[in-house]
Design a protein around this ligand. Structure first.
Ligand code: GLN
Length: 303
């Protein structure tokens, strides 16, 4: 596969979508971001990485971090997480409160905010420092020791985090958080604030295409658990647009309101695309268009 040629064609196809949509206005530190950015990277299972556009420009990974959080907890704790969080699509917005009370404080899946807060809570109990353990993992797997938190984004989220606080306190009232709510929120905001490029993220997610083996050759997860993380990404990774994403792209994917999307072609490669203009569901408009173009052009989808 001539990745460079494919990526250039994909970028040209997605170009009319760049600049469309809105930034994540509810996080003031992200509200002013230039909507004109677009980058895409492919990390082949052989370890090589190819990119186009702004593929080496760091952006706020936001909810893409949720895929790594789930993997880190499954790696340490096996199946017990599933007693505290489901694995069904929610059909509601990523920050919705409505289902959570009906379902007794058990979030539908680990990729909506409520579910990610439970995962962060578990990672905190398992490691003593959830956000730093995620950062260490991302530095190692991307091979880039400069991957770091963005304190401005973390404090902006914290200052405007009433919705996430409401989700966390509601779950705490059902006994579904082990650590104090402020601790869980803090680690969650820090993990969302991590700043990485498409290159870094595609490499960091490589274990999802390599049956659990990371870029450093170490086994991060059993192949069985990688199948499971990818399945949850496919069904829940783009929230209430997961059906549309599966229809258009046909790959496991995890989006974030920073405009990034990580997608996996099992056995072949991981893809990361970034463009900050979001659709109404919080997914990158040009990012989804680019992934749609990539799988249409290559025929590489899971279907
Ligand atoms: N940090 C964001 C939030 O909690 C993450 C949401 C997202 O990327 N979908 O709202």
């Amino acid at each position: 596969m001539d990745y460079q040629a494919v990526l250039e064609e994909v970028a040209a196809t997605a170009a009319p979508q760049v600049g469309r949509g809105q930034p994540a206005g509810y996080i003031p530190a992200l509200a002013g971001v230039d909507l004109g950015g677009f980058g895409m990277a492919v990390a082949d299972v052989d370890g090589s990485v190819t990119g186009v556009g702004d593929w080496q420009v760091p952006f706020s990974i936001q909810s893409v971090s949720k895929a790594f959080g789930l993997a880190l907890v499954l790696a340490r704790d096996g199946e017990s997480l599933w007693g505290r969080v489901g694995r069904e699509p929610s059909g509601t917005a990523f920050n919705s409160l409505v289902q959570l009370e009906y379902e007794n404080g058990i979030p539908r899946n680990p990729f909506i905010n409520a579910g990610a807060l439970v995962v962060t809570d578990r990672l905190q109990s398992l490691t003593g420092d959830a956000s730093t353990s995620m950062l260490d993992f991302l530095c190692t797997q991307s091979g880039n020791p400069a991957v770091s938190f963005d304190p401005q984004v973390a404090s902006s989220e914290s200052e405007h985090g009433d919705r996430n606080a409401a989700l966390a306190y509601l779950m705490a009232s059902y006994g579904n958080l082990d650590n104090p709510v402020p601790t869980v929120l803090d680690h969650y905001f820090w993990q969302c604030s991590i700043s990485m490029s498409c290159r870094d993220l595609a490499l960091a997610g490589s274990f999802l295409a390599r049956q659990g083996v990371g870029t450093d050759g170490s086994r991060l997860l059993p192949a069985r658990d990688v199948k499971r993380v990818n399945a949850v990404m496919l069904t829940c990774g783009t929230y209430d647009a997961a059906g549309d994403f599966a229809y258009r792209v046909g790959l496991p994917g995890k989006s974030g309101v920073g405009g990034g999307i990580l997608a996996v072609v099992p056995g072949r490669c991981t893809l990361c695309v970034w463009s900050p203009g979001l659709d109404l569901r919080g997914n990158s408009v040009a990012g989804v268009a680019a992934l749609d173009a990539f799988t249409s052009l290559t025929g590489w989808s899971v279907f």
